[in-house]
Unconditional design. Structure first.
Length: 116
């Protein structure tokens, strides 16, 4: 998949001045990300029409991050349990929940050697 700087609607994705925003599938899937030490913290948003391609987009996005940045892991927080199931299928580990069990944190570790 090709990721380009955001040109379309950001769909309300979390962002601040430290986050970069990219999109794929004509803006139907959006990622925001920032580096914190040896981890990349990410957020994603998707239009309903693109949900079938979300797993493919997530795997491609992680590959892009690991190929272009010297980070050991990708961290992402989610609110929907169905996304948690998808992230587990993509090789992510569930590592924490908020006290109210509304949000969960997932981690994907780099596999193999480092690029840089």
């Amino acid at each position: 998949m090709i990721f380009t700087p955001l040109k379309h609607d950001d769909m309300g994705i979390y962002k601040s001045e430290n986050y970069r925003l990219v999109e794929t599938l004509n803006g139907d899937i959006v990622f925001s990300y920032t580096r914190q030490g040896k981890a990349m913290v990410i957020h994603l948003a998707s239009r309903t029409a693109a949900l079938r391609r979300l797993r493919e987009a997530f795997n491609s996005f992680c590959a892009m991050i690991f190929n272009n940045y010297d980070v050991d892991m990708i961290l992402g927080g989610i609110e929907q349990k169905s996304l948690g199931r998808m992230l587990k299928k993509c090789g992510c580990q569930h590592i924490a929940d908020t006290d109210d069990k509304v949000k969960s944190l997932y981690m994907k570790k780099r596999v193999g050697g480092k690029s840089g």
